[in-house]
Design a protein around this ligand. Structure first.
Ligand SMILES: *Cc1c(COP(=O)(O)O)cnc(C)c1O
Length: 407
């Protein structure tokens, strides 16, 4: 960060990387907005949250937006809002973050993990049908637009036999993704976004659920705060009443006005941040294309939509005896941070027991997992930093190819 909130000391970074993997940029106007809220005397859910919801809904073309404490809580609430019988089957891609599957379990349901096409990292109608044939028709389906790429939500829902309003879209990577001309978040069902520190609109923590269904938005708005019929802000408004009722079980998953004020300011920068991400992706593409053993990330075909470039996941197929951990170590020696998204959920001990997994395994995800490497991708990454990352990978790739074959 180049600027900081006065009086809040910035902790020293643990390692001083020349090219860190991630960057949580809180703009100076977002910092000023936090101070404004702190000085206003109202810091929890209030007018800033209401304004952020309106502005966010407009940004993604949704009718309603409900701010929550995280995307994980958003997915749980969106599933709960369907009122399904406990233990219902809910499909999820195995190539996702563990929290998205925990949300299914905390909503009281049984996750069924679905394989992905190793070429895209996304489930296909065929992998969905395999899961349905093994375990029966699910009551709901979560769809993750992995890395910011475009999943075909209608085709996956049809393969699952699930109506579109029973699809919960995990858009943690997909603020800025378009399916065709439609921004993710504008469709039917419920879409859940994350404002976690590394996401495309970073607030540190936070989430948003969008929907076109007024009754569902109303239910979600109550359920995020104990199921109370009127939140504190509305009770204390002039003419507000102290009375409230609780009609349904709720969570404590509301967003504070501090986060929302930051979100409103960050959102004004979002279009330019997305343009910068696309430029960085193009620079990586240009410099890494054709490199032996290195595959570029999948992206939507023309007309299919727009990638949000939350991640830039390359695939390593180095056949010269260098493996991924060696590449990660070699990059780290050059002070370049990387990560892997994701360890497939079925390979995590808890979910290997708790989730339903087709007996033939999830071989597409396993194959892809071995190759994945996420490169640094954030708006403040400079052209020179991208050059440095590409030069390092080029050196490693050539070494890897020549290493075994020629000696
Ligand atoms: C980050 C992430 C989440 C969880 O988001 P939180 O806001 O941290 O709860 C869910 N799904 C995916 C795919 C993610 O990357």
């Amino acid at each position: 960060m180049t600027t900081r909130i006065s009086a809040v000391p910035r902790p020293a970074p643990a390692v001083d990387l020349a090219v860190p993997f991630a960057d949580c940029h809180i703009t100076s106007d977002a910092q000023a907005a936090v101070l404004r809220v702190l000085q206003s005397g109202w810091v929890t859910t209030g007018r800033e949250v209401a304004a952020f919801e309106t502005e966010f809904a407009a940004a993604v073309g949704a009718e309603y937006a409900v701010a929550v404490s995280s995307c994980t809580q958003g997915i749980e609430l969106a599933l709960r809002s369907l009122g399904l019988p406990p233990g219902s089957l809910v499909l999820s891609s195995t190539m996702t973050f563990c929290g998205a599957v925990q949300a299914i379990m905390h909503a009281g349901h049984q996750p069924v993990l679905v394989d992905v096409d190793p070429a895209t990292g996304l489930p296909t109608p065929a992998t969905v049908r395999t899961a349905v044939q093994a375990f029966g028709r699910p009551a709901a389906l979560t769809v993750v637009h992995w890395a910011g790429d475009v999943a075909d939500v209608p085709a996956l829902a049809e393969a699952a036999g699930v109506p579109l309003d029973h699809v919960v879209v995990d858009a943690a990577h997909a603020l800025g993704t378009y399916a065709g001309d439609a921004p993710v978040g504008s469709g039917p069902g419920a879409t859940c976004f994350s404002f976690y520190a590394t996401k495309n609109l970073p607030l540190g923590e936070g989430g948003m659920i969008t929907t076109d269904d007024a009754a569902r938005a109303d239910w979600l708005r109550k359920a995020r705060l104990h199921g109370m019929t009127a939140d504190a802000w509305r009770r204390y408004l002039p003419g507000g009443s102290w009375r409230y009722n609780v009609a349904d079980a709720g969570l404590k998953a509301n967003m504070t006005d501090i986060q929302a004020a930051m979100g409103r300011a960050q959102l004004t920068h979002f279009p330019s941040w997305q343009r910068r991400r696309a430029q960085i992706a193009a620079q990586y593409d240009e410099q890494l294309a054709g490199l032996p053993g290195v595959g570029l990330p999948h992206r939507p075909a023309p007309g299919q939509g727009t990638h949000a470039w939350h991640l830039y996941p390359i695939r390593l197929r180095l056949n010269g005896g260098i493996d991924r951990d060696e590449v990660i170590a070699a990059l780290s020696e050059r002070a370049i941070g990387t990560s892997v998204h994701f360890i497939p959920v079925h390979r995590l001990a808890y979910f290997s027991q708790a989730a339903l997994i087709p007996s033939a395994g999830l071989t597409g995800a396993d194959a892809l997992f071995g190759q994945l490497l996420s490169l640094p991708m954030y708006p403040r990454l400079s052209g020179a930093q991208v050059d440095a990352v590409c030069a390092a990978i080029t050196g490693i790739a050539h070494q890897g190819i020549s290493g075994k074959g020629t000696e």
